[in-house]
Design a protein around this ligand. Sequence first.
Ligand SMILES: NC(=O)c1ccc[n+]([C@@H]2O[C@H](COP(=O)([O-])OP(=O)(O)OC[C@H]3O[C@@H](n4cnc5c(N)ncnc54)[C@H](OP(=O)(O)O)[C@@H]3O)[C@@H](O)[C@H]2O)c1
Length: 291
Amino acid sequence: MTRVLVFGGTGQLGLALQRAQLPASWEIKTLSRRDLDLERTDAIEAAIATLRPAVIINASGYTGVDKAESEPELALALNRDAPAAMARAASAIGAPLAHISTDYVFRGDKPAPYVETDARDPVSVYGVSKADGEVAVLDAHERAAIVRTSWVFSADRTNFLKTMLRLGETRDEVGVVGDQLGRPTGTDELARACIALVSRLLDGDADAAGVFHFAGAGEATWADFAEAIFTQATQHGRNRVRVKRILTAEYPTPAQRPANSRLDTSKIEALGITPAPWRDGVRQYVAQLLA
Ligand SMILES: NC(=O)c1ccc[n+]([C@@H]2O[C@H](COP(=O)([O-])OP(=O)(O)OC[C@H]3O[C@@H](n4cnc5c(N)ncnc54)[C@H](OP(=O)(O)O)[C@@H]3O)[C@@H](O)[C@H]2O)c1
């Protein structure tokens, strides 16, 4: 058996990894917060040394973008120090590591989609913590893949799609930011990409190491994303909800967000790992939640 250790198994991506179609010999092992508090880097290193997985996928993280502004130490502990410990321990046992990162490592003022070689230039504590995590992982491990993704949604936990469906229960109009552009990404798609990349790392494919961008095909503003969700919800008997397009400046949040979050995915597509349209994910998860 090929033991695949997944950190963050209770998260959006972690759950998708566990329901994904896996290569026949793979066996996923997850460690929950109760088994292992990821603030403890010594415990992370000990767990990896004991379990000796063939490969590790880090789907964990401190994902509260706004909350991170007032909890920088915790964000750095989980998004920089924990992955650094995973990378050190994984390298020590010769196991490749896939680590998930974000579009928020960029400032967002580039007029075109971001490519992997663009300089990190985050504008939030969360973005800084994820950027530092990437550097720490790449410094500690030669066979590591960083998968940057964006606007992750699913039928699990809390995310934009679930928030819109909840708001739509009681409102006929919702104000949504219409001047940030990005690529929504369904977790099943993201899980599929991680599995494909990790399989290549396990096969010793050096082209699968380094930084990659993966995001749903097509682009959208948050307002476009909301409209797609509400349109889909009408197919399941919900009343139509109007989207009022607002400016970022009209919706102040503790953390600044990039205006352009679009990730260019050509590099991973050249490996044959191609994203499906983000709208397919909206159809799938709205149906799942409202069926
Ligand atoms: N969500 C997005 O829009 C987005 C966008 C771009 C990139 N990403 C990145 O993608 C990855 C996965 O995101 P996600 O949305 O799937 O995350 P998520 O749903 O917020 O899940 C986070 C996971 O990390 C675990 N975790 C957090 N603190 C922990 C601790 N102290 N000890 C043990 N476990 C801990 C959580 O465990 P509990 O269940 O116990 O809380 C959970 O399993 C993250 O690296 C994130 O930065 C996310």
